[in-house]
Design a protein around this ligand. Structure first.
Ligand code: SF4
Length: 756
């Protein structure tokens, strides 16, 4: 008998028949009505990446057209290429539209369609069995970020497991943890008004974040900003910069510390800001005294003269100058002090809450307090009584240094040793909500083994993703165009909210995640922890004290309240006070600087952290520690985002696949010549944990000692028919490594390359 995989293999060899996996839209015997838009125009939120831009979905001639919601001015009323392709996802015959259960070995591609009731019963029986036998903490729950994670994480809490994870440790966790330790909260960047931007590999023109990217673009179009990029590759960001420094991977921190050295040595820092708001400056300054530009130049290869000049230029532009926290370029085990070091430059520039600097989101509570009146409505936090208290600590808290990371989404990769070596204790079941660890966590082989070792795996997804392929049951989630969700807080310089709304009929038998987790909880006799009837009831609870907000949001999709405010910007504060006669009095400087609060142990910005010293001795002060990212003879392997795909989530979507089907490996012409490689050659790329086949892209836009590939490609799951086998699977080449304190999964390693 032929398995589905054998049939696919033979089919591809002998004919061009398209075979669809059970449960997918294309496999349905009855032709399902394509999306029938029932409303002409509706405002909602994009979900093609985690930026979640407000959008307007228009139905015309039976087709959906997606554009930016003009109410959301900072997003510019625009969407990116991925944003426009939502309707392709909606109608893709490969998307899952019925629940399926595994009928062969894990990952064999043998599935059977089942009804929702059977799926829920299977899940309830198996999860209850794991909980009864090993305890609730043996169940891990992981979810993509956004409002769907609210429901998945709440489900984890209802079970009583502490092991709840976002994808943060494979992506933004390092700067989130660094900000938390130093400021108590995350910061936003006022790129549009900045006069000088230092960028350490935050490739905003490919890893598009619509609001930030448009702010940067506006500043560059005005010609009022200088952008200096440190990145091993000529990314689009580097190409559009005024200066590109092709820095050696893993050495950014040397430049960062040397910049602080110059700012302090030449007394170019904002002394009064430091005196008023900073704790630990003396320790920090003592540490920075060691890191001269000459020292840094030896480490990173950037000239000492350039470092001094850039420090002086930054200081001259301050406070309208930013050191961007950086995102997804070179990773290092010393992520924590790299990100803290970058934030420290901002502190020395005194740019906190200044135009062109960095700032904190102004939620309604803070804004209304400053205004002395209720300018913006507030959302209620939905409290559920009686949730079980976990008995054991999280698996990633086996090391106290990860205290902050555990609160910022956890160490996603810690599920692997828990599954394979029962370290620190066993994880036996995994509930995945649109998360894809087989692609995003390092060392694909180990992740696959961890999934195979589980007693039970549930995936909730729109495709049979590479991780869902190893599940026992896959539940088809409605796409973002087919579901309503909770109200989300979008506050920035003033309070704002947005609402995702159903824009078209649901295709097939899919359900939104809020409903899926509520119904699994019902099947597990945990329904008392999900007291809302449906999402409309949930939304009503969110606006219990401001019921008028919901109908307004249903109409507008996005609402902002008040006028923009930066608390240390006297002009903006003066305007704010004109607007709100009962506003709080200002400081001697004519601003709200005296109201600025930092939720750190000292109540100040912590340039050194005594409380960190207790959980990670020797780490209170920002310091340089050398790292080894590759062995002699190897090339650095770095990855980055594409403007046409979101991590590993969109490679199979028609249109986006057509625009970028794979990820050729960038290699410098001199390096390629030494290896006998020409542009377009097939290559084998090898690391200590894996080997991948790819194509060479020979280009001057990369260092000689480094190779690069866009992440998320090289799927090994045949159900993803378009993406299958296209390009290099980065996760298969990356060994497991975890950065200190932040828990970041390190995505840079050494590789060798040869022509096939
Ligand atoms: S940046 Fe693009 S893909 Fe991401 S939410 Fe905005 S429009 Fe959608």
């Amino acid at each position: 008998m032929l398995s589905r995989r054998d049939f696919l293999a033979k089919g591809s060899a002998f004919c061009a028949i398209t075979v669809y996996a059970p449960g997918t839209l294309g496999a349905q015997s009855k032709i399902l009505t394509p999306a029938t838009p029932f409303i002409k125009e509706i405002n909602s939120i994009c979900e093609m990446c985690s930026t979640r831009c407000p959008i307007t979905v228009e139905s015309r001639l039976g087709k959906l057209f997606i554009r930016g919601n003009l109410n959301a001015k900072s997003f510019g009323g625009k969407v990116c290429a991925r944003g426009t392709s939502g309707s392709k996802l909606l109608n893709d015959p490969h998307r899952l539209v019925k629940p399926i259960k595994r009928t062969g070995p894990r990952g064999s591609g043998q599935w059977q369609e089942i009804e929702w009731e059977e799926a829920y019963q299977l899940i309830a029986v198996n999860l209850n069995q794991v909980r009864d036998q090993y305890g609730p903490e043996a169940i891990a729950v992981s979810s993509k970020s956004g409002s769907l994670s609210n429901h998945a994480f709440h489900f984890g809490k209802a079970i009583g497991t502490p092991n709840i994870f976002s994808h943060g440790s494979t992506c933004p966790i390092s700067y989130a943890v660094a900000a938390k330790v130093m400021f108590g909260n995350e910061l936003k960047l006022d790129l549009e008004n900045s006069k000088y931007i230092l960028n350490f590999g935050h490739n905003l023109y490919e890893g598009v974040n619509m609001s930030m990217t448009r702010g940067l673009l506006a500043a560059q179009e005005k010609g009022t900003v200088k952008v200096v990029v440190f990145e091993p590759r000529l990314s689009v960001m580097a190409d559009k910069a005024d200066e590109w420094h092709a820095i050696k991977p893993g050495t950014d921190i040397a430049v960062v510390l040397a910049l602080s050295h110059v700012l302090i040595e030449e007394q170019l820092y904002d002394e009064s800001f430091v005196q008023q708001y900073v704790s630990g400056f003396e320790d920090f300054a003592t540490s920075m005294a060691r890191y001269s530009p000459e020292w840094a130049s030896e480490v990173c290869g950037i000239s000492a003269g350039d470092i001094r000049r850039i420090a002086r230029e930054l200081a001259a532009a301050a406070p309208a100058a930013i050191a961007d926290h950086g995102h997804r370029c070179t990773f290092t085990p010393e992520e924590f002090d790299l990100r803290r070091g970058i934030y420290a430059i901002n502190v020395l520039l005194g740019n906190i809450e200044r135009k062109g600097g960095v700032y904190f989101a102004k939620n309604s509570k803070l804004y209304n307090k400053l205004a002395g009146e209720a300018v913006a409505p507030s959302l209620e936090k939905i409290k559920v009584e009686g949730l079980p208290t976990p008995v054991l600590p999280r698996i990633d808290l086996a090391q106290a240094q990860f205290k902050y990371a555990a609160k910022a989404g956890g160490l996603y990769q810690s599920i692997i040793p828990a599954a394979l070596q029962q370290q620190p204790y066993a994880i036996k079941a995994w509930v995945m909500s649109r998360s894809n660890p087989v692609q995003t966590v390092t060392d694909r082989t180990q992740v696959q083994k961890a999934l195979e070792a589980m007693d039970f795996v549930v995936a909730c997804d729109v495709y049979i993703s590479e991780s869902a392929a190893y599940a026992d049951v896959v539940l088809p989630e409605s796409t973002y165009l087919e579901r309503d969700e909770d109200i989300s807080d979008y506050s920035a310089k003033s309070p704002a909210y947005a609402l995702r709304q159903q824009a078209t009929d649901t295709i097939g038998n899919t359900r939104p995640s809020w409903q899926i987790f509520k119904e699994i909880a019902d099947a597990m006799a945990l329904g008392q922890f999900f007291p809302w009837q449906d999402i409309a009831d949930y939304q009503q609870r969110q606006v219990a004290n401001n019921p008028e907000l919901l109908p307004q949001l249903r109409k507008e999709g996005y609402l902002s309240f008040g006028i923009p405010l930066l608390m240390r910007e006297p002009d903006m504060v003066a305007k704010f006070r004109q607007h709100y006669p009962n506003a709080q009095p200002v400081s001697e400087r004519g601003d709200y600087g005296h109201q600025l609060q930092f939720t750190t142990p000292s109540g100040k910005i912590e340039l050194s952290s005594p409380s960190l010293e207790k959980i990670a001795p020797g780490r209170s002060v920002i310091s340089y520690r050398p790292v080894t990212l590759k062995q002699p003879g190897e090339l650095y392997f770095i990855q980055g985002k594409s403007a046409l795909h979101t991590n590993a989530a969109t490679q199979n979507i028609p249109l986006l696949y057509d625009l970028q089907p794979d990820n050729p490996v960038w290699i410098h012409p001199d390096t390629a010549a030494k290896l006998g490689i020409s542009d377009g050659d097939s290559i084998t790329i090898t690391s200590q944990v894996g080997e991948e086949q790819g194509t060479a892209k020979v280009t001057l836009g990369i260092r000689k000692d480094t190779v690069f590939a866009h992440m998320g490609f090289g799927s090994k799951n045949q159900e993803l028919t378009r993406a299958f086998g296209k390009g290099v699977h980065c996760g298969a080449l990356l060994p497991h490594a975890t950065a200190a304190i932040t828990g970041s999964n390190v995505h840079t390693t050494g590789v060798t390359i040869r022509r096939v």
